[in-house]
Design a protein around this ligand. Structure first.
Ligand SMILES: Cc1ncc(C[n+]2csc(CCOP(=O)(O)OP(=O)(O)O)c2C)c(N)n1
Ligand code: SF4
Ligand SMILES: [Mg+2]
Length: 299
């Protein structure tokens, strides 16, 4: 049987070369996203690493129009652009916010919630790399339990669970939201396509590899992203009007340690005396999985 080619770039919408670190999720995310959204797209970027990668001309990567804006203003900027484009009869142009976890889980949360509650016709994409990477790896409310950052260093690793952003998003009763992984490109591209074709406020949250922040080998970015799904640290699902659907069921549930031990940010969890913390992470993953399954409309 011919292998599926649904993960191949059809028409490159970014320039070659990138200002990102090696193994960065942002670059791969933008390449595939822009390929599917096409040239008739306006991107709105609050501050993040992408502001640099898609920033200074002539080293910017996106070929499309990009509006750089403030952390808390991205959904409002996108709302205004949408209204202006509609007024000009350009309903076919997609308006897409590309934001980090800091810009979404924390600083931009109320603005994102406002745009979602108004059901603005915009696509909101979150690259969740689990910290404020662009300014040197500070903890955000997306930072996983057990991770070391510059604001929760060494043995003072993060002791609280990340915010359930998808639960917050679901509460807005949106037409479409989904989690995505760069290790599952067919699934990711299908979700981008679905989001593109859906009208109203849509949100995609992508697991974002970040070698300097996660203290990982750049060549392992995709391998680790796959393990995050297979261990259920980052489950793949869709939410349509509060109905959840799991889009990938691992054949075998791998233990979380298989993914965590490849990331230097979790090193303290592997020190003697921290066995309970590792068990807590495993238990938390299993509880969340059970909850997702109970929400899954196909069950
Ligand atoms: C109001 C405000 N506070 C702080 C900053 C500095 N700043 C720029 S990028 C950034 C980190 C953004 O983190 P995140 O949204 O997770 O994106 P990432 O850099 O991880 O891709 C910060 C704190 C800013 N630009 N504006
Ligand atoms: S610090 Fe992380 S998110 Fe930022 S460009 Fe480097 S790999 Fe990408
Ligand atoms: Mg981040």
């Amino acid at each position: 049987m011919q292998p599926s080619m649904q993960f191949l770039i059809q028409e490159e919408q970014v320039y070659s070369g990138a200002l990102s670190c090696r193994g960065c999720g942002w670059s791969l995310l933008v390449r595939h996203l822009a390929d599917i959204l096409g040239p008739e797209t306006v991107y709105v970027l609050p501050a993040s690493c992408l502001s640099i990668i898609s920033g200074p001309y002539p080293l910017n990567d996106l070929k499309a129009n990009v509006v750089h804006t403030l952390f808390a203003a991205a959904p409002a900027t996108a709302t205004g652009l949408r209204a202006a484009l509609d007024r000009q009869g350009k309903q076919q142009v997609t308006v897409a916010v590309l934001a980090g976890d800091g810009g979404t889980f924390d600083i931009g949360l109320q603005a994102m919630s406002g745009a979602a509650a108004r059901d603005e016709n915009i696509l909101y994409v979150v690259n969740n790399n689990g910290a404020y990477m662009n300014t040197g790896v500070q903890t955000s409310t997306a930072t996983p339990y057990g991770a070391v950052t510059t604001t929760s260093p060494g043995a003072a690793y993060k002791r609280s669970w990340p915010k359930d952003l998808m639960g917050i998003v679901a509460a807005h009763n949106l037409p479409y939201a989904a989690t995505c992984s760069l290790a599952f490109l067919e699934d990711f591209r299908a979700k981008v396509q679905k989001a593109k074709m859906t009208k109203g406020f849509r949100l995609l949250m992508v697991d974002g590899p970040c070698p300097p922040g996660h203290k990982t080998e750049p060549a392992q970015s995709i391998h680790i992203a796959r393990l995050a799904v297979e261990t259920r640290l980052f489950p793949l699902f869709e939410i349509e009007r509060q109905r959840y659907t799991l889009t990938y069921m691992p054949e075998r549930f791998k233990p979380v340690v298989e993914c965590l031990r490849l990331q230097g940010r979790f090193r303290p969890l592997f020190q003697p005396g921290n066995e309970q913390a590792l068990e807590d992470v495993q238990a938390h993953v299993e509880e969340y999985w059970e909850r997702l399954q109970s929400f899954d409309r196909t069950k």
